[in-house]
Design a protein around this ligand. Structure first.
Ligand SMILES: [Zn+2]
Length: 326
């Protein structure tokens, strides 16, 4: 018997990755993938049609499709948080000619990858002792900050998205309070995402060091977050170093907050594009120190495994795994 193929998507505000997977058990196998500019197409439908043509796959040969979307999914539709793009599952099914289309939040899709990730795709920050039936929490800083939980109920796994990245930024140190004040002045409110994200790096640098950047980074450029991280690593600019230190602490503290909310005894997984690029910074100890500093729950937080997801296609893999499970 030949195995069914499925279509998967990871739809972000800037770029969208589409993929075809063969539904192998227990882990689906990637057959083909392409990345497109989300705004380069009039709709996800036209992008999907172009992708299927590019990889030579006919829609009728696919048993299902699942898209992870960077925004809340309400009913059968979703709108991206950071771009005016709307997806409607039924409209996609009809216009592309697909039998079954599911929409998940992008972090929900990523959560479904966790049960099938291999050790080589993970960087362990803290070993801990995973409870095999305990809830798993995911946090992912990139263009924004995504969060999700994965619950294990009997033999089933069920992911639940969260918009916790838009919750209020909880300042813990005098340095944090400086950032909180600047963001509140500028935006009316400081969300965690204003600090723990790519744009957050720029916000932190501006708030802590309004005098400017010794590395002469153009803070309006899309490349600024990466440039700040590079300059901090090379110690070119003391303000960039300061920025990265606060960023790593705030990321660890928020991962710890999420671990408390979920009682994530199954583990905390760090996804998103930033973590693999700053792994040296995540391993200095300040991420874990902030993660654990939750008196009286330090022992609980020390027992939770903390791992960075290194596979950049994990979102697609999770969407494919979801098709296998449903
Ligand atoms: Zn700088």
């Amino acid at each position: 018997m030949s195995m069914a193929n499925v279509l998967t998507g990871d739809v972000g505000g800037t770029s969208t990755r589409l993929g075809i997977f063969e539904l192998r058990t227990p882990r689906p196998a990637l057959v083909a993938t392409r990345t497109y500019g989300t705004r380069d197409f009039a709709s996800i439908e036209t992008m999907t049609v172009a992708f299927l043509r590019d990889v030579g796959v006919t829609p009728s040969s696919l048993s299902a499709a699942c898209f992870g979307v960077a925004g809340p999914v309400i009913g059968d539709a979703a709108t991206l948080t950071n771009a005016p793009v709307r997806l409607d599952a039924r409209a996609i099914a009809t216009s592309v000619g697909l039998a079954r289309v599911a929409l998940l939040n992008d972090l929900e899709a990523l959560a479904y990858a966790v049960p099938v990730l291999s050790a080589e795709e993970l960087l362990v920050l803290q070993d801990g002792r995973a409870d095999p039936s305990g809830p798993i929490a995911l946090i992912a800083a990139g263009t924004g900050l995504g969060e999700a939980m994965l619950h294990r109920i009997g033999e089933r796994v069920v992911a639940k998205a969260s918009e916790g990245g838009r919750a209020d930024f909880a300042a813990r140190t005098e340095r944090d309070i400086k950032v909180l004040r600047a963001l509140t002045r500028e935006c009316g409110r400081a969300a965690v995402e204003h600090v723990v994200s790519g744009p957050g790096l720029v916000n932190i640098h501006k708030a802590l060091h309004p005098e400017g950047c010794a590395a002469r980074i153009d803070m309006t450029a899309a490349t600024a977050p990466g440039a700040i991280a590079d300059s901090a690593t090379a110690r070119t600019c003391a303000a960039c170093v300061d920025t990265m230190e606060l960023f790593v602490e705030a990321y660890g503290a928020q991962a710890g907050n999420l671990a408390l909310r979920a009682v994530a005894t199954g583990g905390v997984y760090i996804g998103g594009g930033i973590a693999p690029k700053i792994r040296g910074w995540l391993q200095t100890g300040s991420f874990l120190a902030a993660f654990r500093a939750k008196t009286p729950f330090a022992p609980l937080l020390e027992s939770i495994p903390v791992k960075v997801i290194l596979n950049s296609e994990a979102g697609l893999l999770g969407a494919a795994h979801y098709c296998l499970l449903t």
